[in-house]
Write a protein that binds this ligand. Structure first.
Ligand code: PXG
Length: 447
C-alpha cells in the first residue's frame, strides 16, 4: 500500500523490496538476503533488530565525524525553517557566498572560486566542462581530450564515466567522450608497502607519451584521485603527483584533483593536495563537505580559470559559464557544510587523523599472512586488503567477507578484489582493534 512504512509494519518481504532499483548493488541477491541500516549514532550504525554495527567505511567515505552530530542537525533544521530553498540563478542566498568564502580560506593558495554541485559525479563533469571551456576562452578550442587513469573513479555521469578507469563501470554504456588513460600505479614489487610506495614515480612520465601521441594542443586536462578510493585504496608512489604536476605545467594541460574521497581529512589535512604538497588547477569535492548528511559537491578553480571566464568579450549581463544545477548552493546543504567545517575545526579532526594513522597502519599490516591476502595498502585513515581470486572469480571473497563482517558487527566495503576500510575520524583505538579482530576472524573462516 502506498505510504506505509514496510519496516515499521514488520512487512519486509520480496514484494515490498521490488520497487527500489538499488545503485551499485546485486539487486537479486540483496532482495533475497536484505541487510538494513535504520539508525546511526557516532561511529555506529544500528539495524532494525537493534544490533550495533561499527561503521568501518564512514558510510561511503563521507561521514568521518560520525553520525547524528547535533551541531549539524541543529544547523540544518534552523536553515530549513528560515529558508528551505532559493534558486542560485540570478539571485543568491547569503549562506552560499559564506560557504564559498570559507572553502576559499581553507583551499590551497590560488584556488579561490567555488562552483557548487550536488554530488561527486556532478563535480567531475563540471570540472571537465570547465577545463574544455577554459581552453576555448584562451583561444585553443582544439584542447578537448581528457586524460584519466586506469582504475580511477570519478562518478557515474558521462564525463566521469569516460575518464573513469574501472572497466566494469564503462562496458555497458557504449562510446564515451574522447579520452585516454594513464596506467594505474599498482606495482607488484610495491605489495605490502606501508603508506606511499617507493617505486613507480616514473609512471607519471607516461603523460609524456600521451602528449607525444595526441599532442598537447588537443588535451584539455588530466584528472586523477590523489589516492584512488573505489579502485581499492591505490596510493601514489612517492613523488608521483609532483611529477604529474610538473608535466602538466610543462605541456599546458590542466590538472584536476578529484578529492571527493581525499578531501576533508582522510589523509590528515583538509586536502590531499596539502598532504602531498602538490597544487592542482581544480579540486573536486563532495562527501565530507557535509559529513554525508546532505547531497552537496563543489569544484574549486584557480583564479586564472575564473578570470578567463570573466574576461570574455561579452555584455556584462551575459552568462559566462552556461552550467549549473537547480540545487547549486542549496541553502540547507550550505548550512550542513558550514556546521561540518566548524566541527572539523573544533574536533581538531585533521590532527586526530594524523595521530591515529600510524596506529591504523600498524593494525592493518598485522593482517599480512592471513589466507588469500595478496596486498595491503594504506594512507591516512584509509586502507585496503587485496584478495586472490577464488577460481576465476576475483570478487566473491571480498563480498562474502563483507557479509560476514556485517553479521559480526562491522561494516566494511567490498569493491572488486578488495576490502576497503575508512573508519570514522572519531574512532577510538579499541574500536579499531575490534574492527581488525573481527576482520581477521572472518578472513580466517573464509575459504
Ligand atoms: N569521485 C570520487 C573520487 C569518488 O570516490 C565520486 C567521484 C562520485 O561521487 P557521487 O557523490 O556522485 O557518488 C566518488 C564516489 C566505494 C564507493 O565503494 C565510492 C564512491 C561511491 C560509491 C562507492 O568506494 N565514491
Amino acid at each position: 500500500m502506498a505510504g506505509t512504512d514496510p519496516q515499521k509494519k514488520g512487512r519486509i518481504n520480496s514484494e515490498s523490496l521490488d520497487a527500489f532499483w538499488m545503485p551499485f548493488t546485486s539487486n537479486r541477491h540483496f532482495k533475497r538476503n536484505p541487510l538494513f541500516i535504520s539508525g546511526g549514532q557516532g561511529a555506529y550504525y544500528s539495524t532494525p533488530e537493534g544490533k550495533q554495527v561499527f561503521d568501518g567505511l564512514s558510510g561511503l567515505w563521507c561521514c568521518g565525524l560520525g553520525h547524528g552530530r547535533t551541531e549539524i542537525v541543529n544547523a540544518v533544521s534552523r536553515q530549513m525553517a528560515q529558508l528551505d530553498y532559493s534558486p542560485a540563478f540570478n539571485v543568491g542566498s547569503p549562506i552560499a557566498f559564506e560557504l564559498a568564502d570559507r572553502l576559499k580560506q581553507i583551499a590551497p593558495e590560488n584556488l579561490n572560486h567555488v562552483f557548487f554541485t550536488n554530488s561527486g559525479s556532478e563535480s567531475a563533469d563540471t570540472s571537465l566542462k570547465m577545463a574544455r571551456a577554459y581552453w576555448r576562452m584562451k583561444g585553443q578550442p582544439g584542447k578537448t581530450k581528457l586524460i584519466g587513469r586506469s582504475k580511477g573513479y570519478h562518478g557515474v555521469n558521462l564525463g566521469g564515466t569516460s575518464v573513469g578507469g574501472i572497466g566494469g563501470n564503462r562496458k555497458l554504456f557504449g562510446s564515451c567522450l574522447d579520452t585516454d588513460h594513464l596506467s594505474h600505479t599498482l606495482l607488484r614489487e610495491n605489495a605490502f608497502s606501508r603508506g606511499l610506495p617507493e617505486n613507480g614515480v616514473e609512471l607519471a612520465d607516461e603523460l609524456e607519451e600521451l602528449v607525444a601521441l595526441h599532442d598537447a594542443s588537443n588535451i584539455a586536462a588530466v584528472i586523477v584521485e590523489p589516492f584512488s578510493g573505489s579502485g581499492g585504496v591505490i596510493v601514489p608512489p612517492q613523488g608521483y603527483l609532483k611529477r604529474l604536476r610538473e608535466l602538466c605545467t610543462r605541456h599546458g594541460v590542466l590538472l584536476v584533483f578529484d578529492e571527493v574521497i581525499t578531501g576533508f581529512g582522510r589523509t590528515g589535512q583538509a586536502f590531499a593536495a596539502q598532504t602531498f604538497d602538490t597544487t592542482p588547477d581544480i579540486i573536486n569535492l563532495a562527501k565530507g563537505l557535509t559529513n554525508g548528511t546532505f547531497p552537496m559537491g563543489a569544484v574549486i578553480a584557480k583564479s586564472e580559470i575564473y578570470a578567463a571566464f570573466m574576461e570574455q568579450e561579452l555584455p556584462e549581463e551575459a552568462v559566462e559559464f552556461p552550467h549549473g544545477y537547480t540545487y547549486s548552493g542549496h541553502p540547507v546543504a550550505c548550512s550542513a557544510a558550514l556546521a561540518t567545517l566548524d566541527l572539523y575545526e573544533t574536533d581538531q579532526t585533521y590532527a586526530r587523523v594524523r595521530q591515529l594513522a600510524p596506529y591504523f597502519e600498524d593494525a592493518i599490516h598485522q593482517l599480512k599472512g592471513l589466507p588469500h591476502i595478496t596486498d595491503i595498502r594504506n594512507v591516512g585513515l584509509a586502507g585496503a586488503l587485496q584478495f586472490a581470486p577464488r577460481g576465476a572469480n576475483p570478487t566473491i571473497r571480498p563480498y562474502e567477507i563483507f557479509r560476514k563482517c556485517f553479521e559480526a558487527g562491522v561494516y566494511v566495503r567490498c569493491g572488486g578484489n578488495t576490502i576497503q576500510l575508512a573508519p570514522p575520524f572519531i574512532s577510538e583505538k579499541e574500536e579499531l582493534d575490534n574492527l581488525f579482530n573481527i576482520l581477521s576472524d572472518v578472513i580466517q573462516a573464509t575459504a
